[in-house]
Design a protein around this ligand. Structure first.
Ligand SMILES: Cc1cc2nc3c(=O)[nH]c(=O)nc-3n(C[C@H](O)[C@H](O)[C@H](O)COP(=O)(O)OP(=O)(O)OC[C@H]3O[C@@H](n4cnc5c(N)ncnc54)[C@H](O)[C@@H]3O)c2cc1C
Ligand code: FES
Ligand code: FES
Length: 1373
């Protein structure tokens, strides 16, 4: 048998180096081997489930003949054992800062495509694998497709695409932005652009890039080339827990399957790998089947396509395309539908390895292939040692239950036969997911119908659906009903829709939630299929079958998104400015070269200390309970497990922590108050062991009498909130009485997961005298220093926190990492050994809190013209279980809740709701996105009510210089109207609004919306004492400069800007200045790097320190002006002049707002901006596309336009995610369900606005901040309100349309009353009185919410279960 003949040596290549491993442990993945054994740490662990792309590598293998197949893969899922005979290329194999950069690396770096850099090696590798996978340059479409499996949380993707575009066909042939009417093309001119010679859009120069020369690439290792069978050689490895076989002939496979019926066959390991890593599954026998010829078959036969079970999705896609070019369309309708389905299947890295057999045999109810195969009537060939070959038609009897099918345990799937379509047969497939690209389906469907000869009467039909039951199903009753019916308008589609609504019903409370939406999607897909077939019939039976409408035809077109286009304009520096002076120039991020080469070091990349232990958190599984017992005996009995650290180790107040109030426990002592609360830390010799040990700790709980409080409504009912605080001006109550119109409303905004790509990572190293040095990915080193000192019971001067860079923070690493670094330091203190803790993505998401969900109840009064008279709003935030920063986040929401508008009578009251969720925390915008979106929703409601252009209503109320806010701060430098007018003009708002109105008149099922929103953002920490900053500048006697300041570099370009400031003051080239890290022994008592003000305050501190030094050097410069910097420094040194200086800055003029007296001046100044966004929605599915966004932003005199534009794009996209895709789901018991990229969807590369134009307002210098610049980190995010409201406008158009016309006429009983329930499943109790156009839409505007708000006769037929009559799968918190 194969196991006997098999070799136990694994041989493969990494970056050209031969690696041979005797009997490798089958549990190792390629990523863990690269990072831990080879110390190649450029490939990162962002999720471990194939969903983020940070681990991307290129695999190369000899395929047919002597051609080599190069493809991208996720190293976190690739089994080490599966690499025999393959070559691996990692980011380190491409180029390096020490030698030369690869063109891919250079282009991403110089085009400003790397901010925090954690995602960057993954992008580099995906693009590199694309270049290597084909001889000719890729197209932009191929490039975007290659990047779909890579997430970036910082850049907004535009700069990555622009840099890489230079390697594509389009980039090499095209000038301009890609639009036919681009102003840069000869003969074109546009009124959209600033016709201004001082403005430029140049952020990098492609002419500087080294050309790409494929002949320079690393060759495929000759040893592998000379041994063609090596990659499929039989292998047998035995590890402590798992045995691995690789078989190369069918009989061996069947024998193993007979002997080990539980053996798991693997091809891509994309199902099994996720089960093992995330669900803790252990599969003792793994069999790789990639070498078995029968499973690799891909053959066009007389009746269809025979596909081997081990064929990958990518290979199948290529084959289908090839066949479709050869055969008549009527024969390949299944293939065409399958291709359309596979287009949305995962990311490229997964498609390159995932197999057809793996997809079928997983039997997932949301498999994308199974509905197609079921509807097509595919035939499977199965084989076993004892019973030989048998054929099974894939029908309703094949799937037996959740992840179960009619395949015997000793059977293997050999092939699947996909039949051709016959004449008179039609086929289509549909998929709806939360995010269009790289997401599993919510519901998918495939449908086939064939007609009696030469007629439109149905002979038979096959309607297959996924995502609506425990298995993929066929709607057999409806199929029967359809038989003999004529395919025509009138009763037929309605009858089928009603039949489907009865037959395919997801019960309330079913796993996956969204039950009404899923019920609505089934008939909605059928309606599309009905139109599709009618269209085909109208061609075949021209004259006798009525053609469908042009807009219906458009609806049937496969989704195509125009290629991304972007323009970005900023003001050039004056021609008088010295070339050496970098301020105002697009200087690339100072560590971009390290980031693109994988040389940039993050905490988990630090080499291991010899004595190092790894720690894993043990957390609560209950939201509210008393701890009865904690038993770690079993875990501690494992060899190599050293200690379980708990509250017992921290007596008294040493177990207390918290940034505002010490109301948190480091380790839960007697009771737990949320799922995810830290109970202890287990420390062991290595990561895997410590994860395993953590699962063995037994915690016994007993329920308390009080029920856990999970939602805001629970908290309101239980009065579980802080003493409410208000800000007011005028008398809103009296003004409501006088006003022309008054509206009441309620609006809910969901939270948001930070999803920094680098999960929490901290390394605590004990020092002499009981001190502690901690390498931490914190945004807040000083808080970390104090929290650790307090837990260890030592003075702060014994604790050193060092932060080199962090892989994204966005507020999530401001205070919550304390739950990780304090336990790490305590464990290091107790054991006397270094302790590293790196959270797995699910635990990071579960433990560290999110942006605060908000509920707003409001009342607004206004005149007939739309002038605001009075607004009252109550804001309720879901703060979770601890105070953290929640009160001041709520304060900022209240400060921003009038956005950029004047309202003489305004009252906002805030309630911090305490719930049994993990403590929610800071997130970019710090309450402002909630405050501003709520206000903008009110403005939209007013405009709808008055039936006015919302631009007009907003403009009437916009602030001007001299106006004052509702908290009484006078606006000195208010540029909001300049931003507003410019963005309206540049976006051609009026013209495009007319186009949108026309589009909506002629399109029934797709609607568009275009909306402009302004922003006014107050800059300063609202707690006055935090507005201080320090810097330390050292000049070494040979002339180089080392700069330290209190801010943390997390991708936002802070270090780059600080170096630019120092370079200007010292008048030296910026590359003579270096920043090593942020450390508490350099600059003390720092505030968190937060609130967008870091450049402002550290810039001033750096400026002052440098100015001091410059003054000291001035005599030397005066004495010998020509001698130059190095000589002046040397002479000063010999004269014993101090060559180091500190700088300190405290923001002037601030007065902390006093809620009692309503007095204060909380902000140093305001930043302004405006955006116009246009979207399109699909009313039948809820899908949306952001067609175009234009932004004009006031950043003062930009310190670095490339960084500022990058912050605007990245911030905006994060905001777009907040209001569209990103939805946190919790069980009714308070456990987070969405714990990874598979279930929680960030915007991907295809979600950015198809056209994205950013302009920095010119002549906007603001002299009260360093070099007249303004802050940028958070303000652009709030402009994403325009996306949400554009979607709402499009839905409004759909609802208006349905009211007046259309095939899908809903009953709309409540429409005329102007009080329309969008859907009770969404808790849309519409409290808005007034015209019928007003309706409630909560944020995020997910596909579910969009579809269910586009009411029609399908949604009207869906019964909403009574709350309380079932246990919901999830709750809105
Ligand atoms: C990030 C990510 C995104 C994804 N997106 C999608 C998506 O959009 N749509 C979708 O449908 N799926 C998706 N999946 C699921 C998964 O990729 C597919 O199901 C894939 O086709 C599985 O193939 P594999 O070769 O990797 O399976 P493996 O993990 O190797 O095996 C899966 C199962 O199939 C069994 N098996 C494999 N081959 C055979 C055989 N010949 N005979 C008998 N049993 C066999 C194995 O024993 C195992 O139980 C995604 C997965 C990930 C990780
Ligand atoms: S770490 Fe591999 S895809 Fe996220
Ligand atoms: S640069 Fe992409 S995640 Fe930070």
């Amino acid at each position: 048998m194969a196991a006997v003949e098999a070799t136990s040596e694994l041989v493969f290549y990494v970056n050209g180096n031969r690696i041979a491993v005797q009997n490798p442990d089958p549990e190792w993945t390629l990523l863990s081997y690269l990072r831990n054994k080879l110390r190649l740490v450029g490939s990162k662990l962002g999720c471990g489930e194939g969903g983020c792309g940070t681990c991307t590598v290129m695999l190369s293998v000899l395929s047919s003949g002597d051609t080599v197949r190069h493809y991208a893969a996720n190293a976190c899922l690739v089994l080490l054992s599966s690499l025999h005979g393959k070559a691996v290329t990692t980011v380190e194999g491409l180029g390096s800062c020490k030698t030369r950069l690869h063109p891919v690396q250079e282009r991403i770096a110089k085009a400003h495509g790397s901010q925090c850099g954690f995602c960057t090696p993954g992008f580099v590798m995906s693009a590199y694998a694309l270049l290597r996978s084909q001889p000719q340059p890729p197209t932009m479409e191929q490039l975007e497709d290659a990047l779909v499996g890579n997430l970036c949380r910082c850049t907004g993707y535009r700069p990555i695409l622009e840099g890489l575009k230079t390697l594509t066909v389009e980039g090499q042939t095209q000038t301009g932005c890609g639009r036919a009417d681009c102003c840069k093309l000869e003969g074109n001119s546009s009124d959209e652009l600033p016709a201004d010679l001082e403005m430029t859009d140049v952020l990098f120069n492609p002419a500087d890039f080294a050309p790409y020369d494929a002949t320079q690439e690393l060759i495929f290792p000759p040893e592998l080339k000379l041994n063609p069978g090596m990659s499929s050689q039989a292998l047998h490895f035995t590890g402590p827990r798992v045995t691995f076989f690789q078989v190369n002939e069918l009989q061996s496979l069947l024998r193993i399957k007979l002997l080990h019926p539980d053996a798991k066959l693997v091809v891509g390991n994309t199902e099994i790998g996720v089960d093992v890593r995330l669900k803790g599954q252990l599969y003792p026998t793994i069999v790789s089947v990639c070498g078995v010829e029968e499973l690799e078959n891909l053959e066009l036969q007389s009746d269809g396509l025979l596909v081997g079970a081990a064929v990958t999705i990518t290979t199948l896609q290529d084959k289908l395309k090839e066949i479709m070019n050869q055969l008549p369309e009527s024969q390949t309708r299944v293939f065409s539908a399958m291709l359309e389905m596979l287009r949305w299947f995962a990311g490229k890295q997964i498609r390159n390895v995932a197999s057809i057999g793996g997809n079928i045999m997983t039997c997932s109810p949301i498999s994308d292939l199974n509905p197609v195969l079921l509807a097509a009537g595919a035939t499977l060939t199965l084989c076993s040692r004892n019973n030989g070959v048998r054929k099974v038609v894939l029908d309703q009897h094949f799937f037996k239950g959740y992840r179960k099918c009619a395949v015997a345990v000793d059977e293997v799937l050999l092939t699947v036969m996909i039949p051709f379509t016959k004449p008179g047969e039609y086929f289509a497939a549909y998929k709806q997911s939360r995010r269009r690209d790289d997401d599993i389906a919510i519901v998918n469907a495939a449908m086939r119908v064939n007609f009696q000869p030469n007629s439109t009467v149905v002979k038979s039909s096959y309607l297959a659906f996924g995502g609506v039951a425990a298995t993929t199903i066929l709607a057999t009753n409806t199929m029967k009903n359809l038989q003999g019916q004529e395919w025509k308008s009138g009763g037929m589609p309605d009858q089928v829709i009603s039949s489907l609504l009865k037959e395919v019903t997801v019960n309330p409370g079913a796993p996956g939630g969204m039950t009404s939406y899923r019920n609505a999607l089934v008939p909605s897909f059928f309606f599309k299929f009905y139109l599709h077939v009618r269209h085909q019939l109208s061609i075949e039976f021209a004259g006798s079958v009525e053609p469908i409408q042009p807009d219906e035809q458009e609806l049937l077109q496969p989704y195509t998104k125009p290629h991304h286009r972007a323009m970005h304009f900023y003001q050039k520096v004056s021609s008088q400015q010295e070339l050496i002076d970098p301020v105002g120039r697009p200087v690339p991020h100072v560590s971009c070269l390290q980031q693109v080469t994988g040389e940039a070091v993050y905490i988990d990349d630090l080499p291991r200390y010899e004595d190092e232990l790894f720690g894993t958190l043990v957390v609560s599984t209950k939201a509210k309970a008393k701890i009865v017992s904690i038993d770690a005996t079993e875990a501690l009995a494992l060899q190599g497990v050293h200690r379980f650290v708990t509250a017992q180790d921290l007596p008294g107040d040493r177990n207390k922590m918290g940034p505002m109030f010490q109301d948190e426990e480091v380790f839960a002592r007697n009771e737990v108050v949320c799922v995810g609360q830290v109970i202890g830390l287990i420390v062991a010799d290595d990561r895997k062991l410590s994860f395993r040990a953590a699962t063995m700790v037994k915690i016994e709980y007993t329920e308390t009498n009080e029920k856990p409080i999970i939602t805001i409504e629970d908290a309101i009912a239980a009065k579980s909130y802080s003493e409410p605080r208000s800000i007011w001006r005028g008398d809103a109550t009296a003004a409501h009485v006088r006003a022309d119109h008054t509206l009441n409303g309620e609006f809910r905004m969901g939270g948001q997961e930070h999803f920094y790509l680098e999960p929490n990572a901290h390394l605590a190293v004990p020092k002499e005298c009981g001190g502690m040095e901690v390498f931490s990915c914190t945004q807040n080193p000083t808080d970390a220093q104090f929290a650790i000192a307090s837990a260890l019971g030592i003075p702060a001067n014994r604790v050193l926190i060092r932060t080199k860079r962090i892989g994204g923070g966005f507020g999530g690493k401001e205070t919550r990492p304390a739950t990780v670094y304090v336990p790490a330091a305590v464990a290091a203190f107790i054991t006397g050994r270094s302790v590293r803790v790196v959270l797995e993505r699910p635990q990071d998401m579960m433990v560290t809190g999110t942006r605060h969900p908000f509920l707003a109840r409001w009342k607004a009064s206004f005149t007939v013209d739309g002038d605001l008279e009075a607004i009252e709003m109550n804001l309720y935030s879901n703060a979770g279980c601890y105070t953290d920063l929640s009160p001041i986040i709520l304060d900022r929401a209240m400060f921003t809740s009038c956005n950029a508008y004047r309202c003489r009578n305004f009252r906002v009251t805030g309630y911090c709701c305490w719930t049994n969720l993990p403590s929610n925390t800071a997130f970019r915008g710090f309450g402002a996105p909630q405050g501003i979106l709520i206000m903008e929703d009110i403005m939209a409601s007013i405009a709808s009510y008055l039936n006015k252009d919302p631009v007009e209503v907003r403009e009437r109320n916009l602030n001007r210089v001299g106006d004052s806010t509702h908290y009484g701060q006078v606006l000195e430098n208010c540029t909001v109207r300049r931003c507003w007018e410019q963005v309206l003009q540049q976006s051609r708002y009026q013209h495009r609004r007319e186009q949108v109105l026309r589009y909506n008149q002629t399109h029934q099922y797709r609607k568009r919306g275009i909306v402009a929103t302004p922003s006014q953002y107050g800059l300063s920490f609202t707690s006055k004492f935090l507005n201080q900053a320090g810097a330390l500048v050292l000049i070494y006697s040979e002339g180089s400069v080392l700069l330290s300041h209190g801010g943390v570099e997390m991708g936002q370009g802070l270090h780059t800007k600080m170096i630019q400031v120092a370079a200007r003051v010292l008048e030296i080239p910026h590359d003579m200045i270096h920043i090593e890290e942020t450390a508490t022994d350099k600059v003390p008592n720092t505030s968190a790097t937060a609130s967008s003000v870091s450049s402002d305050i550290y810039g001033e501190a750096v400026l002052r320190a440098c100015a001091t030094l410059k003054e000291r050097l001035a005599p030397y410069q005066a004495k010998d002006p020509a001698a130059g910097w190095n000589t002046w420094v040397k002479q000063a040194y010999f004269d014993r002049v101090q060559l180091s200086a500190t700088g300190f800055y405290a923001t002037p003029g601030l007065v902390t707002f006093d809620f009692k007296t309503q007095q204060g001046r909380p902000f140093h100044y305001f930043s302004y901006g405006a955006a116009v966004t246009e979207v399109e929605i699909d009313c039948l599915t809820g899908d949306h596309t952001v067609l175009r966004t234009d932004i004009v932003m006031d950043v003062g005199d930009s310190l670095n336009p490339a960084i500022d534009i990058g912050q605007i794009e990245g911030g905006f996209l994060q905001g777009q995610g907040l209001v569209t895709l990103e939805e946190l789901r919790y069980t009714p018991e308070g456990e987070l369900i969405t714990k990874g990229p598979g279930t929680y969807k960030l915007p991907g590369v295809s979600d950015i606005p198809c056209e994205f134009n950013v302009t920095l307002l010119r002549d906007a210098g603001w002299p009260k901040v360093v070099y007249s610049s303004k802050a940028i980190g958070e303000p652009p995010l709030v402009l994403a309100a325009s996306v949400f409201l554009a979607i709402k406008a499009a839905i409004e158009a759909a609802r208006t349309n349905v009211q007046t016309q259309g095939n899908l006429k809903p009953k709309l009983a409540s429409w005329d009353k102007g009080c329309l329930n969008t859907h009770r499943d969404l808790k849309c109790e519409d409290k808005t009185a007034g015209s019928g156009r007003c309706f409630r839409l909560d944020s995020p505007a997910t596909a579910e919410r969009i579809r269910m708000a586009c009411v029609d006769h399908i949604t009207d037929q869906i019964e909403t279960p009574e709350p309380g009559s079932f246990r919901p799968w999830d709750v809105t918190v």
